[in-house]
Write a protein that binds this ligand. Structure first.
Ligand code: MG
Length: 205
């Protein structure tokens, strides 16, 4: 079990960790192909055949998370379309209780996300998550996604959190591996990563 007495900083991912991924899956895999098909007079199948390889080619890169990038490539108002269906954004079970419990401790809580700032503001709005965080960190501000060592180095340099006493929770294996590489040798950081690979189970405790 995680010893919370030894944790003084908590780094929480947003999509898939605090928020249900159904929104993003629906948005990128169904809603955007529909919009793209309509705009370009294609069938949805034709649009999907064009879009999926495009999405795949950018996975793990900062552009993958950049609404401006996709607006330019697809000639669609991606931020506007996200706002249009923002009613589908949902917090995962037990997340609010978990954040409330953290809030009454003296632990510093960071939201650390690859999401674009425009996407972030849409996603923070409806579930009212912003007050739970001491700081919100967007990897775009450092010009590297969380999958890259450069992000972790720049983030730690700026905020000075201690690997020995920091818990990180994320649903992406690639991000967890990147953070683990950065924190290699740190007992608690690695333990936290193990815990973080089971966020739903941990959130219930
Ligand atoms: Mg995530």
């Amino acid at each position: 079990m995680l010893d919370w007495n030894k944790i003084n900083t908590v780094l929480l991912d947003m999509d898939g960790t605090l928020l249900d991924l159904n929104f993003d899956n629906h948005f990128w895999l169904e809603f955007i192909p529909e919009c793209y098909a309509l705009k370009n007079q294609l069938t949805i199948t034709q649009a999907t055949d064009i879009l999926l390889p495009l999405f795949k080619s950018m996975e793990g890169k900062l552009e993958w998370y950049c609404l401006d990038y996709w607006s330019g490539i697809l000639n669609l108002d991606i931020a506007g379309l996200k706002a249009e269906i923002s009613g589908l954004i949902n917090v995962l079970p037990h997340v609010t209780e978990f954040l409330n419990a953290l809030k009454v401790t003296d632990k510093k809580v960071f939201l650390v996300t690859n999401a674009h700032r425009n996407s972030l503001s849409i996603k923070m709005e409806k579930p009212c998550l912003q007050p739970f965080f001491d700081e919100i960190i967007c990897s775009h501000d450092y010009a590297f996604a969380k999958e890259h060592q450069e992000f972790w180095q720049a983030f730690q340099n700026q905020h000075g959190w201690n690997k020995q006493t920091t818990l990180m929770v994320d649903d992406s294996l690639a991000v967890l591996q990147s953070a683990k590489t950065f924190g290699a040798g740190s007992r608690y950081f690695c333990e936290s990563l193990f815990w973080a690979s089971q966020p739903k189970q941990a959130a219930k405790t």
